[in-house]
Design a protein around this ligand. Structure first.
Ligand SMILES: *[C@@H]1O[C@H](CO)[C@@H](O)[C@H](O)[C@H]1NC(C)=O
Ligand SMILES: *[C@@H]1O[C@H](CO)[C@@H](O)[C@H](O)[C@H]1NC(C)=O
Ligand SMILES: *[C@@H]1O[C@H](CO)[C@@H](O)[C@H](O)[C@H]1NC(C)=O
Length: 183
């Protein structure tokens, strides 16, 4: 009787409730053009594909129980990795435009601020002072595209997404390994 009861509980394990050490998530592929995770959406959270460990049986959200062998992904596990969304704007381009054409506001047009661009254009970069301030802001990564995307910085190789105080802890080990290798 007790055994039947325990079996019933065990078979009711839902894949979405698996604990962190019961599945392994795949690292997302890296886009070589941007050196960021490929397919990062505007929300900057990338859903990972996760495979329950070999021998785990659990129920998918649809309802059917599956036996996993360690290589098959579960549909129901929800793990997200922070990522950086880019929208085809390059840091190097922004800096060069800012140096040479900043007094005409071209850097502001490139980054998607046409009104400020027009003001700079008609005031000679606010007598050069506004152009200089913009150049410093762009150089120090304080000024980016108006759509909230990140400027592409592709020449150092992959740019890791450092785990911030606000993000959830390190639930996937492969990320730790990755960080150990980089830092
Ligand atoms: C998982 O399910 C298979 C058959 O579907 C069964 O043979 C196996 O014993 C189950 N494993 C566990 C740990 O419940
Ligand atoms: C796990 O199962 C899938 C499909 O059922 C199969 O293609 C794959 O080869 C299996 N992997 C192992 C390690 O048995
Ligand atoms: C961390 O994850 C838990 C459960 O997945 C969630 O309830 C919580 O809001 C998350 N915390 C942050 C800071 O994202």
């Amino acid at each position: 009787m007790l055994i039947c009861f325990l079996l019933a509980i065990a078979s009711a394990l839902e894949c979405r409730n698996l604990r962190k050490n019961q599945f392994i998530c795949e690292l997302p592929p890296i886009d070589l053009e941007t050196q960021e995770y490929a397919g990062c959406p505007r929300e900057e959270q990338l859903r990972l594909r996760c495979a329950p460990l070999k021998g785990i049986n659990c129920t998918e959200d649809g309802g059917q129980e599956k036996q996993f062998n360690g290589t098959v992904f579960s549909e129901s596990i929800q793990v997200f990795a922070p990522c950086r969304w880019t929208n085809r704007k390059y840091y190097a381009t922004a800096v060069v435009l800012s140096i040479f054409l900043g007094v005409f506001g071209i850097d502001r047009f490139y980054l998607g601020y046409p009104v400020i661009g027009l003001i700079k254009l008609s005031t000679c970069g606010m007598a050069g002072i506004g152009a200089f301030i913009d150049f410093i802001l762009i150089l120090l990564h304080f000024l980016g595209p108006s759509d909230g995307s990140a400027l592409i910085v592709p020449w150092h190789g992959f740019r890791p997404n450092y785990i911030s105080a606000s993000s959830n802890e390190t639930y996937f080990e492969s990320f730790d390994i990755l960080f150990d290798n980089i830092l």
